[in-house]
Design a protein around this ligand. Structure first.
Ligand code: SF4
Length: 190
């Protein structure tokens, strides 16, 4: 049985991109939790589009893309589709990307009811409140969608957030074509 993942064929240093959709940015913080291995990461990959380096647009394809967060508004959907187009391998990282996570708690009630509860009937609302309606605000979707319901996802890395060790192991496995060593301890949630 072939126990290795397809190795990424690249001549130059592989490129990693990350994007943050509807989440708390904790998965990106967890990526930084790899501590001194960040120096190895710099040797291993070039960081492309990412909130970590504030690069906003792609110059071409990247080898691996990490998505944090689900899609709660039309802007998220556009960003995720654009991101997918530029990533050879796309990984859904963390509960929000994989199943909507905490933001998807609003899926249990309708969007209208949700907006009214927050903006019209919230405990700090005075004078009847007002639901924001500005053309610069992205339109909210009827519910929060996990990333794989919007685009094709190649791999999933669960956790809230996945630990820095799990992210490191998953990324290294993708870049080297090995099966990741992800023991139960790395995915044990308190
Ligand atoms: S999965 Fe957890 S840590 Fe990651 S963005 Fe969602 S809430 Fe934050």
């Amino acid at each position: 049985m072939n126990m290795s993942l397809p190795k990424i064929q690249v001549l130059a240093k592989p490129k990693l991109a990350t994007c943050a959709l509807t989440g708390c940015f904790g998965c990106h913080m967890s990526l930084l939790d790899i501590d001194e291995r960040i120096l190895e990461l710099i040797d291993l990959v070039d960081l492309d589009v990412s909130p970590l380096d504030d690069k906003k647009s792609f110059d071409g394809l990247v080898d691996v893309g990490f998505v944090e967060g689900g899609c709660s508004n039309e802007y998220n959907v556009r960003e995720l589709r654009e991101f997918r187009k530029h990533c050879r391998i796309l990984v859904s990282v963390g509960a929000c990307a994989i199943n909507g996570g905490v933001p998807a708690m609003r899926n249990t009630i309708g969007l209208k009811e949700c907006l009214e509860a927050v903006y019209l009937r919230g405990p700090t609302i005075e004078d009847g409140g007002l639901i924001p309606n500005d053309e610069d605000l992205p339109l909210l979707l009827d519910r929060v969608y996990p990333s794989h319901e919007i685009v094709k996802i190649d791999y999933f890395l669960p956790g809230c957030p996945p630990s820095g060790d799990a992210i490191w192991e998953g990324l290294k496995a993708l870049l080297t074509g090995h099966i990741p060593n992800l023991p139960y301890e790395l995915f044990k949630y308190e």
